[in-house]
Design a protein around this ligand. Structure first.
Ligand code: SME
Length: 146
């Protein structure tokens, strides 16, 4: 199955899996796992905005940084700009926060309600150039289901 079709399948599953009457943590936990099952990657998970920081939320993968400041790293940039960040080579990216030495590229999608970012979805790959506009389009749609 090509990437686009895998995302279409993932989105159908996500719609069924996400419950509006539970808190974000429960849904983010299942969504992290769902993405991992469709697209095995090094690290997949959420950071949630809590006061003036992004705090580690549900994830799949190795232990990660607990707290990220506004505007810092790729996650903080997604929060600040309210725009998806695609980094083809994290080693060339000023400000990248290295939670794992094995990460080589990354996509971070802001989760927005109203006009505010309340979380970010971060996917890290051991491959360089792992993410493109297709990932961006489908992951941006996915987070609107939350
Ligand atoms: N690399 C991220 C930090 C989070 S970890 O990759 C899980 C960043 O630069 O914001």
């Amino acid at each position: 199955m090509n990437k686009e079709n895998k995302y279409k399948t993932l989105l159908i599953a996500a719609k069924v899996l996400i419950y509006k009457d539970v808190d974000d943590i429960a849904n983010m936990a299942n969504i992290s796992r769902l993405i991992m099952e469709h697209f095995p990657n090094h690290w997949i998970g959420f950071y949630r905005v809590q006061a003036d920081k992004l705090i580690l939320g549900p994830f799949q993968g190795p232990i990660a940084c607990t707290s990220i400041n506004f505007g810092k790293g790729v996650c903080g940039a997604a929060w600040q700009t309210k725009q998806t960040q695609i980094v083809d080579d994290v080693h060339q990216h000023p400000g990248h926060i290295a939670c794992s030495a094995l990460s080589n590229s990354e996509i971070v999608v802001p989760c927005i309600r109203g006009n505010s970012v309340y979380a970010v979805l971060d996917v890290d790959s051991t491959e360089l150039n792992a993410f493109d506009e297709t990932d961006q389009r489908y992951l941006e749609e996915l987070v609107t289901y939350l």
